[in-house]
Each structure stands twice: as structure tokens, then as C-alpha cells.
Design a protein around this ligand. Structure first.
Ligand code: HEC
Ligand code: HEC
Ligand code: HEC
Ligand code: HEC
Length: 123
């Protein structure tokens, strides 16, 4: 009996660690997105990654090329800041993704993030 309990505990532990290691930890605090840009004409944009990971449960809504295993690659690695082929620059990319979602949710009457320039590009 004792052995079975130990075995069950071990199986449970392995299952929990497998889940824990399968997903890279999402950043807990705020992120300054302007680190993605080399030249900053506008004040930096900071957003709470934690709030977004809760409000937007599917990581791939934003990390759209992520394989779901290793840490996701930074947007700026691909969206290089210049219009290159199919990949849009980081400004248009961010506006489409960030502002796009906020606008759509606002229209649907849901609680969401800012849509005005100053509310995102805070001094
Ligand atoms: C939902 C948030 C959000 C809103 C609203 C928003 N932006 Fe941005 N913007 C970003 C992000 C994120 C970036 C890319 C990271 C960065 O450069 O800080 C960016 C980048 C930029 C850039 C290029 C970066 C630079 O400093 O040169 C400019 C210019 C810009 N935005 C202007 C505007 C203007 C003008 C408006 C209003 C019409 C606006 N943004 C509204 C989030 C936003
Ligand atoms: C609303 C959009 C959004 C959602 C949803 C989201 N992320 Fe992110 N995440 C970002 C942005 C933007 C960055 C900053 C990336 C950059 O600087 O290019 C980031 C950064 C990260 C980083 C740090 C990457 C680095 O190299 O610094 C990790 C890890 C991460 N996210 C994991 C996750 C996981 C796991 C989830 C799902 C639970 C998730 N994210 C959901 C937008 C999002
Ligand atoms: C591994 C490379 C890669 C990474 C990392 C990446 N993207 Fe992309 N992204 C692409 C490519 C390639 C396209 C164009 C083809 C497509 O739609 O899949 C694209 C398209 C997009 C589009 C549509 C652009 C348009 O003009 O309609 C948005 C928005 C976008 N990405 C946002 C993001 C954000 C935000 C991040 C970071 C959280 C990110 N991407 C990370 C490669 C990448
Ligand atoms: C798929 C939808 C979605 C996308 C994509 C998204 N947001 Fe949001 N955003 C939300 C929602 C929902 C909230 C409200 C969350 C809350 O208050 O709990 C929010 C809140 C915010 C806020 C106010 C709270 C905070 O985080 O400080 C900021 C700023 C913000 N978003 C910036 C951004 C930026 C910058 C990006 C792109 C990198 C982005 N958002 C992408 C849905 C989205």
C-alpha cells in the first residue's frame, strides 16, 4: 500500500514537472516594447505581459510563429524594422497587432487596452 502511494506521488510529480518544463515561463512583470526598436521617435511603450497572458490565453495570438516549446523568438528578430518581403516593419506590425486587438475589443464593448497614441506612447 505504502509503495503504491509512493509510486502515485512519483507519477504525479513527473507529470507536473513535464507540464512545467514544456512551457517557458511567460514574463511576470511589465515589458517595454520599445526595446524592439532601434530608433525611438516616440516615447516607449510599456505593457503588462502578465495581464495580457491572462486576458489573451492563447500565446500564439501574439507569438504567432511559436512552436510552443522553446522560448518564443522576439518579434523584432523577424519584423526587422524595414519593409522586407512579406514581413512588415515593427511599427506597422505592432500597430496592427496591439492597436488592432484593442480597437476590435472596444468596438465589441469589452474591457481592453488603449487605442490613442498618447495612452500607449507615454511620456
Ligand atoms: C496599443 C498601443 C499603441 C497605440 C495606441 C499606438 N502605438 Fe505606436 N507603437 C506601439 C508599439 C508597441 C510600437 C513598437 C515599439 C516601439 O517603437 O515602442 C509602436 C511604434 C510606433 C512608432 C515607431 C517607433 C518610433 O519611435 O519611431 C511610431 C512613429 C508610432 N508608433 C506612432 C504612433 C502614433 C502616431 C499613434 C496614434 C495614431 C500610435 N503610435 C498609437 C504601440 C502603440
Ligand atoms: C498580447 C500579446 C502577447 C501574448 C498573449 C503573449 N505574449 Fe509573450 N510577449 C509579447 C511581446 C510583445 C513580448 C516582447 C517581445 C519582444 O521584445 O519582441 C513578449 C515576450 C515574451 C517572452 C520573452 C521573450 C524574450 O526573448 O525576451 C516570453 C518567454 C513570452 N513572451 C512567453 C509568452 C507565453 C508563454 C505566453 C502565453 C502564456 C505569452 N508570451 C503570451 C506579447 C505577448
Ligand atoms: C520567426 C519569425 C517571426 C516572429 C518571431 C514574429 N513574426 Fe510576425 N510575421 C512573420 C512573417 C513571415 C509574417 C508574414 C507572413 C505571415 O502572415 O505569416 C508575419 C506577419 C505578422 C503580422 C501580419 C502583418 C501584416 O502586415 O498583416 C503581424 C501583425 C505580426 N506578424 C505580428 C508579430 C508580433 C506581434 C510578433 C511578436 C510577438 C511576431 N509577429 C513575431 C514572422 C515572424
Ligand atoms: C488579442 C488582444 C490583445 C493584443 C494583441 C494586445 N492587447 Fe493590450 N490589452 C488587451 C486587453 C484585453 C487588455 C486589458 C487587460 C486588463 O486590464 O486586464 C489590454 C491592456 C493593455 C494595456 C493597459 C494595461 C497594461 O498592460 O499596462 C496596455 C498598455 C496594452 N494593452 C498595450 C498593448 C501592447 C503594446 C500590445 C502589443 C505588443 C498589446 N497591448 C496587444 C488585449 C490585447
Amino acid at each position: 500500500m505504502k509503495k503504491i502511494v509512493m509510486l502515485l506521488a512519483l507519477v504525479a510529480f513527473i507529470a507536473v514537472s513535464a507540464v512545467a518544463f514544456a512551457n517557458p515561463a511567460a514574463p511576470a512583470g511589465d515589458l517595454t516594447v520599445s526595446e524592439m526598436m532601434k530608433s525611438n521617435k516616440k516615447p516607449p511603450v510599456t505593457f503588462s505581459h502578465a495581464k495580457h497572458a491572462t486576458a489573451v490565453p492563447d500565446c500564439k495570438t501574439c507569438h504567432h510563429t511559436w512552436d510552443g516549446k522553446a522560448a518564443p523568438v522576439k518579434c523584432s528578430e523577424c519584423h526587422t524594422g524595414r519593409k522586407s518581403g512579406k514581413k512588415d516593419n515593427i511599427k506597422n506590425t505592432s500597430h496592427k497587432k496591439c492597436k488592432g486587438c484593442h480597437k476590435a475589443m472596444k468596438k465589441a464593448g469589452k474591457k481592453t487596452g488603449p487605442t490613442s497614441c498618447k495612452a500607449c506612447h507615454k511620456k
